[in-house]
Design a protein around this ligand. Sequence first.
Ligand code: FAD
Length: 247
Amino acid sequence: MISRRKFIKTSLAATTLAALNLEASANEPKWDKEFDVLIVGSGLSANVAGIVLAEAGLKVALIEKMSRLGGNSVISQLDFACVGSDEQVNAGIKDSIELFVKDLNKAGKGFNDVAQSLRIAENSKRSYEFVKARGVKFASKLKHLGGHSVARSLETEGGGGAFVQTLNSHFESKGGASLKRVKADEIIFDESGKVAGLKVREGYKFDKSLADDDLQNTAGDVKFYKANKAVIFASGGYSADKAFKAA
Ligand SMILES: Cc1cc2nc3c(=O)[nH]c(=O)nc-3n(C[C@H](O)[C@H](O)[C@H](O)COP(=O)(O)OP(=O)(O)OC[C@H]3O[C@@H](n4cnc5c(N)ncnc54)[C@H](O)[C@@H]3O)c2cc1C
């Protein structure tokens, strides 16, 4: 009987490997909602992942803890660094993936992930064409921003707000769901160690008066969302983590 299968629950703060060292500790929850893929976050990364999956016909939900979609992406200018854009070619600017990687690594002062720098540079043109094909508009001028050896940044019309809104509308037009005020709290694993879904809180209300909202805020109703194929974390970085930034 599936209801008797043992399930492992673990905090999002724990790594997957650590989680796999835990003993199975709970029965499979009663699932409240079911999707093929759950994506935590609703910024640029979440929307791009959501579009790829929704266009492939999967039932996908973005889960966003805040009352508005878009995370840091909507407050960013989202100037888009791209090697080999038509704008660079037309302006006769000589650029290369190697030069972009060199710039990224120099800006990272040795702290950045070199393999990721290469992925960013190698995929910049493909990413630029992906978002343009889905309605994101860019001004035709090139910008030479600080830290870049050559002019390679394209200005998004309307900044991050327009960027994310355009992608999110496209995602929803393909059947994707964007769920606001839903906070992902725990990954639920099945007995084989495979990710089965998420424990979330619906009706979550971010409280900026708390020293650490993540640890102290208990708002919302606990629900269990099943993910038949995958859970993706596109939950951003640390820029709103005051304690981490202060350390
Ligand atoms: C002021 C500013 C200007 C910038 N300018 C540029 C620029 O010009 N060019 C450029 O390339 N980059 C720029 N950046 C950086 C860029 O905005 C970020 O790298 C990018 O937006 C990150 O997107 P993301 O989708 O990974 O994360 P985000 O957009 O931050 O989205 C993450 C989302 O996950 C949600 N979330 C987190 N945890 C949970 C949880 N447990 N449950 C549910 N939801 C959760 C968050 O609420 C958030 O909405 C700028 C950043 C800032 C702040």
